[in-house]
Every structure is written in C-alpha cells, then in structure tokens.
Design a protein around this ligand. Sequence first.
Ligand code: PMP
Length: 387
Amino acid sequence: MDPLERLTTATRDRTAAGLRRTLRPRPPGPSLLDLASNDYLGLSRDARLAEGAIEAVRKWGAGSTGSRLVTGTTELHAELEHSLAEFTGMPSALVFSSGYLANLGVLTALRPRLIVSDQGNHASLIDGCRLSRAPVTVTPHGDVAAVDAALAGARDAIVVTDAVFSVDGDLAPLRELHRVVRGHGAVLVIDEAHALGVVGPGGRGAAYAAGIAGEPDVVLTATLSKALGTQGGAVLGAPEVIETLIDTARSFVFDTGLAPACAGAALAALDVLAAEPDLPERARSHAVRLAGTARELGLATTSPAAAVVPVIIGDPHEAVRAADLCADHGVRVGCFRPPSVPVGRACLRLTARADLGEADLTAVTKALATVKKQTRPYPAPNAGATR
Ligand code: PMP
C-alpha cells in the first residue's frame, strides 16, 4: 500500500477540475503590470517603507526574538498600536503577526455563545468561527434582516463581516448591521483587511467612514499586508477587548511577535498616508474605471467600493485561460477558483492600484477585450458558498 496514493489521486482530481494551484516565484522588479497583488497603494516597494524597515532591523534586530508577552514587544510595537488606533478612530489596538492570526484570536478569545457570519466572509474568519467552537449561523451575503433574525434571543453573540469582501470587492452594510447588533446587545467584528488604507477619508477604513469607529460594541481586525505594504495584523477595540486578547488569545500568546522590520515599515506607511491623503481615492477611482471598462466590454463585474475589481468568468478552466491571456498582454491578474469562491463563480481579480497610469489602464482594456473575445464567460448562478 502506497501511503501517498490517496493524495496523488486527489491531486489528479483537482487538476482535472481546473482547481490545481501552482506557486510561481515573481521576479524582483516590475516585469508584468501587477494587478494581482494586494499592494493597493503601491507602498510595498516605497523607499520610505524600506527605510522604516531597515532602521527597525538595525535598532531591534531581524526577528522579534520571542512572544509578545516575553521579549517580542518593542517600543515600535507599542508605537504602531498607538498609531493604528489613532488612524482608525478606535480606542486601542493590539498587533498580531498576521491578519489571519488576528481573526482567529478575536473570534476565539471573546468566547461568543453564537457567531453570525456573512456567507462571503474570508477563510480566516470562517476558521476563527470553527476554532471558537461556538454555534455559527451563516447568513446570506449582505442580508441584514437575516442577521437580525439570527440574533433573536441570543446572548453574548458576535456578528462578523468583512468590511470590503475580498473577491467581490463590495462593501458590507456596516451602519445597518451596527444598528441591529446594538439592538441585540451583541458585538460587531469587522475585518478591515481590504478597507484599511483604501476606504474612508485618507484611508481610515470602512468603520470610520460609516461613523461607527470607537463605538464600544465595534471591534475591528486589520492586516498590514495589503494597502500598508508590509506584513502583520491587528485587532482594534475597547481596552477591555484588548486586555482580554493579551491574556487569552492563543494566536497572540503563543506566537512570536511581529518582526521589527514589519512594524517599522507599517509606521512609515501610516506616515505616507498622512502625507498623501489622496492616495486611497486614486485607488478607488481606478477601480471604478476598471469595472466600467469590463462592463462596457460585456464582462460581468460588480460595483467596487474599494480597490478590488472582479471579472466573473464562471468556469475554472476558462478563468485560468483568461488569466493567461492577460499575462500575454503584460498584465498579471489574480485568478480565483473554488474553494476560494463559490462553485460557478471562478473569476479574475484585478487590483486597481493607486499608482496606475493611463498606459497601464489602456493595457488592461486591451487584455480584457481579448478575454471577452477568446473565452466563454457564463453568467454565474448566485450559488451558495461551498467553503
Ligand atoms: N482577512 C481578509 C479579508 C483577507 O483577505 C486576508 C488576506 N488574504 C486576511 C484577513 C489575512 O490577512 P494576512 O494576510 O495578514 O494574514
């Protein structure tokens, strides 16, 4: 008996279904136009962030040396927590070593008796729900009435949602959700991963834009790895929430602290946002233009609220082909297939970076025109998520 045989068979099945994933190292400098990353503001290669990271390494070392509770907290971590809280309008913050771990931490440590989770939520929120061992009610995407119904009679409940949905790029109805959550004495956890640095005035996030940042029943999670151009994560909320996480969030307590280089780069990114508050708006307006182009070409897309523009293809094989066609035109785009998206909704995911120029936008138009001509997109059913 070959102990690996069932893995080989399963891999063969995924290949046949067009669901095989490959790791492709990217070249260090610009080669293809990058519309696949989450570097929404183009900050990952910004000299000011590099300088912030280098200074941090020189002063604090290449690693944080231990968990946050032992030796892994430096002045930089404290400064970053203070700056993130101030930027987002939240009372306090706690930095994790990734957004994924921040999501696991908050959904487990708050010990909810019920979690109400949007059907379109990111995998890290889904995993946090599972790890919490609380009963979970999954509600249809953006359905506030369903959230209200799910909360009836519940105690110590959490409602969790992406602020900007990671593939469809739409915005959650945060104000309405907060009204419902308040009515039931629950807590609203909002993942600002794709909103921080892109949505709201100066990129302060979706909760800030909705006027609910700083409310005692609102908790935010965020990543430093997208618009902020580095790596790491954070939870933002009332001091009581942060104290609970410090004591009991296992993904905080038992993980090595964020590398100083990342904390230094994140602080530099917040300085860039303060100096250039129009950067987020540039990314958002490029998203509206890219979605408009796709629609004019007859491709299916959504109304982007941030910098994420999906082009829905439907079939996973066709989506891969469409991504290859874009690469042939010098444009690298994301290609999302199940289980990252529901069955029938394989898509291209375009990042509308703030630093795109007219020539870049023209190149994307040509690439999408070829996709329209040479692939067979089909209208996606509004199928339930299979994640
Ligand atoms: N939440 C959302 C919505 C995300 O898209 C991601 C990253 N893909 C994460 C959380 C995880 O963040 P990180 O990459 O910092 O672990």
